[in-house]
Design a binder for this molecule. Structure first.
Ligand SMILES: [Zn+2]
Ligand SMILES: [Zn+2]
Length: 239
C-alpha cells in the first residue's frame, strides 16, 4: 500500500471526523469516494490514509482509531483526545452530575463480571447520585450516549460502545489493570469478548469469527466452548 502524503483530502477527512467524533467505517469509505483518492477502496486503504493523518495530529495529542464494536462487530472510525485519560473529561454540553452518572455507568459495566448491565438497573442508578437525575432524564441521556457511540443498547442490556473502548483504553490499562485483558488473537484491549471454558483465555467475538479454525481454541487447542456468563453478577460488582 502506497503511503500517502498529507494534503487537502486528509484535512477534509480530519474535519469530518472531528465533527462526528465517531462514524461507521463504511460511511468513512463513502466519504472518501468524494475525495478522488484511488487507494482508499477498503478498510486497509483507509487505515493507511488515516495513518498519514495520525502522524500529523499526534503533536496535538489526537489520534484516529479504526475499531470494531465488541457487541455488533461493526467497524468504526473514532477520534481520540489523548491529552487526558480521565473518564469524565470529554463531553461538552453535559452537566457535571450527568458526567458523574456517565462515569458511574462505565465503571459499573467495566467492573461487572459479564461486562453488561440491565438497562433498568442502569436507569435506577440515576437516583443514587448526590443530585438525583429522574428516570426520564436518564433515559434521554442513555440514548444520547448511545448515539455518540459510548454505549450499545441491545435488548434490555447496556454495553460499552466503541468510543468507550477507544477513548478510555489508556484509563482502563492504567487504573483497572485487574479487569483488562488482551485479546489472544489481535492483542488489543478486550472487555466483553468470549472466554474459553478450558483455558479461560478471552477473545473478541469478531476475532474468533474471523479465525480459521473457530471450532478450536487458538490458545489451548481444545474444542471451543464458551464460559457460561450469568447476567446476575451484581453481587460481584465493586462499589
Ligand atoms: Zn481481538
Ligand atoms: Zn482455550
Amino acid at each position: 500500500m502506497e503511503a500517502t502524503r498529507y494534503g487537502l483530502d486528509h484535512q477534509r477527512f480530519l474535519s469530518y471526523v472531528i465533527k462526528e467524533g465517531c462514524l461507521q467505517t463504511s460511511r468513512a469509505l463513502e466519504i472518501c469516494k468524494n475525495f478522488d483518492i484511488d487507494s482508499i477502496k477498503n478498510e486497509k486503504g483507509l487505515k493507511c490514509f488515516i495513518q498519514t493523518i495520525n502522524e500529523r495530529i499526534g503533536t496535538y495529542s489526537m489520534h484516529i482509531s479504526v475499531i470494531n464494536c465488541e457487541i455488533t462487530g461493526i467497524s468504526y472510525v473514532v477520534l481520540n483526545d489523548m491529552a487526558n485519560d480521565d473518564i469524565s473529561r470529554m463531553q461538552k454540553g453535559f452537566k457535571p452530575i450527568e458526567l458523574k452518572y456517565f462515569e458511574m455507568i462505565v465503571k459499573k459495566i467495566f467492573c461487572s463480571k459479564s461486562k453488561q448491565l440491565l438497562i433498568n438497573q442502569c436507569l435506577n442508578y440515576s437516583s443514587t447520585l448526590p443530585v438525583k437525575i429522574s428516570i426520564t432524564d436518564a433515559e434521554v441521556l442513555l440514548e444520547k450516549w448511545k448515539n455518540l457511540g459510548y454505549f450499545v443498547l441491545n435488548d434490555d442490556m447496556v454495553y460499552l460502545g466503541v468510543r468507550c473502548l477507544s477513548e478510555f483504553a489508556p484509563f482502563f490499562w492504567k487504573y483497572c489493570e485487574n479487569y483488562v485483558k488482551r485479546c489472544e488473537l489481535c492483542s488489543e484491549l478486550v472487555v466483553k469478548g468470549r472466554s474459553c471454558a478450558s483455558c479461560k483465555v478471552t477473545i473478541h467475538g469478531y476475532c474468533l469469527n474471523n479465525f480459521s479454525r473457530q471450532e478450536k481454541c487458538p490458545h489451548c487447542n481444545n474444542d471451543w466452548q464458551d464460559i457460561e456468563q450469568s447476567n446476575e453478577d451484581t453481587s460481584s460488582e465493586e462499589e
